[in-house]
Design a protein. Structure first.
Length: 362
């Protein structure tokens, strides 16, 4: 999986750059509902509408849902009626007070149409869940459930790039305030973070200078792999070829942050079939669009769901210097043994600054 694969999927080089840089860290939360980027080709947004049953409400689906992504993403997946009823308001709520935000009647029409004409029966495990968007644990023996090894790719990109069968993969929920989910990342940035990022543009993004994307690099449109060894789990990403080591031997974080790094220091423990990772000792980020300080604290809860070939990573971020409120997001990943790493070489990486419009230069 590499940039050539993205270009062959129909993305321009400019769109590829924007997507590569924007999915590197907490910036993913600002891209759209559920962490999904806007459709790179707005003219194609309604493609796939004719695959949905011709019934009252279909045009509402086209009008409302195409504001954030193309309709083909919907036409490729069926969800339960309860899932549609919960998902549609959640996604449209995240448009906030935007001028083109749909009204309540439009939202109800979309939810009713999808529930009545594009849903599937619930499984017994789904029916037992109070929250229809909560994914049940994979029905696996504990030892097998704790085996997270393999190659994975974020479900959103796996679907968008047609990497393989992806019918009905769970919808990731991009970062929002953990206190008030109506608040996006931009709403909780502290004055310190706003000042640090005020000179950011897509033309001078620190990623183009080979700065590390940070610990959430797995949310990029690239493969990552999880490896198990005694008392340690290792996560390696194709994107920037980053490595994270999660120690399970009971050690604590080094006190005082003596050796801050972009990946931080990670320790983990098992809670049943869920791997809980606590990461601290980060160094202050460069001037990303969403920067963080050396007080960055990351908690990830990783578990296998569905048939075990889908991974859920529930993420909470605290950084009292950068964010006025903690951030929370839930992300899903598809396991596919056919996914392979391509070479990632940052030498001679993109230099967009000479092409920046005058008003885009700091």
């Amino acid at each position: 999986m590499n940039a050539r694969r993205l270009l062959s999927a129909g993305l321009s080089a400019a769109a590829l750059y924007a997507l590569m840089t924007a999915t590197s860290n907490a910036q993913i939360a600002q891209l759209g509902p559920g962490g999904a980027p806007p459709d790179p080709n707005p003219r194609s947004a309604r493609v796939g509408l004719d695959r949905l049953p011709n019934a009252p409400g279909r045009d509402d689906v086209g009008d409302v849902c195409s504001r954030c992504h193309n309709i083909e993403r919907i036409s490729k997946q069926r969800r339960t009626a309860r899932q549609w009823q919960a998902m549609v308001p959640m996604m449209t709520d995240r448009l906030g007070d935007a001028a083109d935000a749909p009204g309540e009647q439009d939202v109800r029409a979309v939810a009713e149409y999808l529930s009545n004409h594009w849903s599937r029966p619930e499984t017994p495990a789904e029916a037992a869940q109070k929250d229809p968007l909560h994914e049940p644990d994979a029905p696996l023996p504990l030892a097998q459930a704790r085996d997270l090894s393999g190659t994975w790719m974020t479900a959103m990109w796996y679907t968008m790039l047609n990497m393989g069968p992806s019918d009905g993969l769970p919808l990731s929920r991009g970062f929002r305030s953990a206190v008030n989910p109506k608040n996006g990342v931009a709403d909780v940035l502290s004055p310190w973070a706003r000042e640090k990022s005020k000179s950011w543009t897509m033309y001078n993004d620190p990623l183009t200078k080979c700065n590390s994307p940070g610990p959430l690099a797995y949310n990029s449109p690239y493969v990552f792999e999880i490896l198990h060894s005694p008392q340690r789990v290792t996560l390696i990403t194709e994107y920037f070829h980053e490595v994270r080591r999660i120690f399970l031997d009971g050690r604590e974080h080094p006190p005082g942050n003596p050796d801050p790094t972009a990946m931080g220091h990670s320790v983990g423990r098992w809670e049943g079939a869920t791997l809980v990772i606590d990461s601290r000792n980060f160094k202050e980020s460069p001037a990303f669009q969403v920067p963080w300080s050396d007080q960055f604290h990351l908690v990830e809860r990783i578990r296998r769901v569905r048939d075990g070939n889908v991974l859920e990573i529930d993420v909470t971020i605290e950084d009292p210097l950068a964010f006025k409120e903690p951030l929370h997001g839930i992300f899903y990943f598809k396991k596919d043994p056919s996914l392979e790493f391509g070479e990632w070489n940052c030498d001679g990486f993109f230099d967009y600054e000479p092409f920046a419009p005058k008003d885009a230069k700091p």
